[in-house]
Design a binder for this molecule. Structure first.
Ligand code: FPP
Length: 245
């Protein structure tokens, strides 16, 4: 049984296995992404019901540009479909949508859909649904370093002052930081499809995250399996480098 007193504030998910799900059925990869979008929709709803504050999904990585043009444009057009179909319900459910990553190089239509979703839901106070798009953990840190170097160059911080470049300052300039989406570090990172890697997701933010791996391919990942993963997390002993007496 889920312990409702110990629901994580932030769950991040690597939605892996869409391709294999499709291949197993002799279907094109896009059929897998389509089914994956349906699964994602249900996980967003269940996250809301459980009172999770932040759900972050890895929808497109900085490495995914290596895939075929058809697959890439297929995933981007799914964003348009998702917003068209789901924005009304997301808004009714008080969900606030945010994007982690520079989505400006996505096709015009996807950018417009995302901006519509961001703008419509900006004032909502329920679940914050963070979509990582064109996101890479190393790129995230690289950007923060560049921003902080600029602060030093402009004389806004003194790099010789040990109190200036703190871990908190670095966190602040990440996509999850206060200058962007303002998301706490994830307590729980779930990866589906039996793969056990971080794959350049939330590198800095994952320092103390618990990892739960599910063998289920993402399109088959149900809200029940999601709750099982959260239960597994609840059974963990989190020490943050200390001792539990
Ligand atoms: C990983 O499976 C999945 C992706 C790279 C894409 C995930 C995208 C969606 C679920 C749709 C997103 C929709 C919106 C609106 C954000 P894979 O293709 O790497 O699977 P494989 O490892 O089995 O090939």
């Amino acid at each position: 049984m889920l312990n409702m007193e110990r629901i994580p504030r932030h769950v991040a998910v690597v939605m892996d296995g869409n391709g294999r799900w499709a291949t197993k059925r002799n279907l094109p990869k896009m059929a897998g992404h389509n089914a994956g979008m349906q699964a994602m929709k249900e996980i967003v709803k269940r996250s809301s019901t459980l009172g999770i504050e932040h759900l972050t999904v890895y929808a497109f990585s900085t490495e995914n540009w290596k895939r075929s043009v058809e697959e890439i444009s297929g995933i981007f057009s799914l964003i348009v479909v998702y917003v068209e179909k789901e924005l009304k319900e997301l808004h009714e459910n008080n969900v606030r949508v945010k994007v982690l990553g520079d989505y400006s190089m996505l096709p015009e239509k996807s950018v417009q859909s995302l901006e519509k979703a961001l703008k419509t839901t900006a004032g909502n106070t329920g679940l914050q649904f963070n979509i990582a798009l064109n996101y890479g953990g190393r790129d995230d840190i690289r950007r923060a370093v560049a921003d902080i170097a600029k602060l030093a160059k402009d004389g806004k911080i003194d790099p010789d002052d040990p109190e200036a470049i703190t871990e908190q300052l670095i966190s602040d300039y990440l996509w999850t930081g206060i200058h962007h989406a303002d998301v706490p570090d994830p307590e729980l990172i779930i990866r589906t499809s039996g793969e056990e890697r971080l794959s350049n997701f939330l590198l800095w933010q994952a320092a103390y995250s618990e990892f739960v791996f599910s063998d289920v391919l993402w399109p088959d990942f149900t809200p029940e399996e999601y709750e099982r993963c959260i239960e597994e997390y609840q059974g963990r002993d989190r020490r943050f480098g200390g001792r539990n007496k």
